[in-house]
Design a protein around this ligand. Sequence first.
Ligand code: 5AD
Ligand code: SF4
Length: 438
Amino acid sequence: MPGKTFYIETFGCQMNAHDSEKVVGTLLAEGYTQVATPEEAHLVLYNTCSIRDKAEQKVFSRLQQFKREAGKGKLFGVLGCVAQQEGEKIFERAPHVTLVAGSASYTKLPQLLVQLEAGNRRVTGLSLDTDETFDTPFTRRDNPHRAYITIIEGCDKSCAYCVVPFTRGPERSRTGESVMAEARRLAEQGYTEIQLLGQNVNSYRDPSAAGWDFATLLARVAEIPGIRRVRYTTSHPRDFVRAIVEAMDANPVLCDHVHLPVQSGSSRVLAAMDRLYTRDQYLERIELLKTARRRYSITTDIIVGFPGETEEDFERTLDLLDKVQYDSLFSFKYSPRPNTAALSMPDRVPEEEKQRRLAILQEKQRAIQIRRNAELIGEVREVLVEGRNVPLGQWIGRTSDNRTLNFTHSETEGLVGRYLDVRVTRSGPNSLVGEAVV
Ligand code: 5AD
Ligand code: SF4
């Protein structure tokens, strides 16, 4: 058995992906070597997601798959949201697991690893009682051009369906100074795109005397020399204020895209979800974007089949799609989660009905996207080149408004990481095709 090697697999959101980058950096600094398969590794880590039941089940099926390997001295760790949610119960359910740690405990990872190496077979890091953020100088980033920066961890909202406040703890903002220092360092290293991360970035508040709000932080990060694009996720509509749109309007480095999860188009359902805004208040936020100086693409998340959602409520959601004309949306069937208020709500919507609503919603959105994307034919957009699709002979690009724009170019290598102008020639529901403007 090779010593001090690890494998990590990540599930869930960008926060989790970035947490894994920090965990990898920390492990490397502790003398571990990363390997590409669980078979080769001494320590196998799963950074898990528990947003919906399906996501949670994935980790238990992975653990089941490698159960027999545990006898050969392999160590298994469960990190992230399932770890926080299930805690020590994981040791009962999967006895070969030796480490269970939630994201609020990663600063203690080096100590937890020492305990593991010392032979402790039930190591835990589960305290949520922290005002710390997980800043590490060792972060090992996966993408050489786009870098994530966490600005706020945790969530203080209490949406009735959501495990996140429970799995990631209360909100903790980083100081503006530490965010800026990291962003400057990244720019010096050659990163050109920065994505600011948090469960609710809009409620960012610099804890130092400077006291920056989110709009101020956005403006400052966008001024850093060498940074060409700044994105952020996720916004909560209640805290999405005019000053944010004004900051975006003022500097095109702040990308032409806002993800503004609505969850439902019915004020009645929004109240039951405890979302803290009505349909009309949400539409006022959308209006801020539609009347802005630049044209922003708007995307959203929608849950169908929340307890008590009637056909009429669902039709309000469909009607909202007509009104807003989203550029893209992520839609989900409501999944009951432990420790959440909605778990005990009456009038569960049957699975088949959720499925039916989901299909109708997705079909409607598909038609909207086909139409919206077709409107872009003939336009020229700047893309950041992300990769190459060799079989298609195309480069893969991303526009400021977060569309995938694949394109042809006379060069067959060396374009990744560059910014190029591309003319859109064809469109589909989920992407655009074009040719480089030379
Ligand atoms: N069931 C279904 N979807 C959910 N989401 C969050 N919790 C649940 C749940 N219990 C969705 C929301 C959120 C996105 C990240 O996941 O739409 O915005
Ligand atoms: Fe999944 Fe939410 Fe945790 Fe991200 S924060 S990993 S989406 S449960």
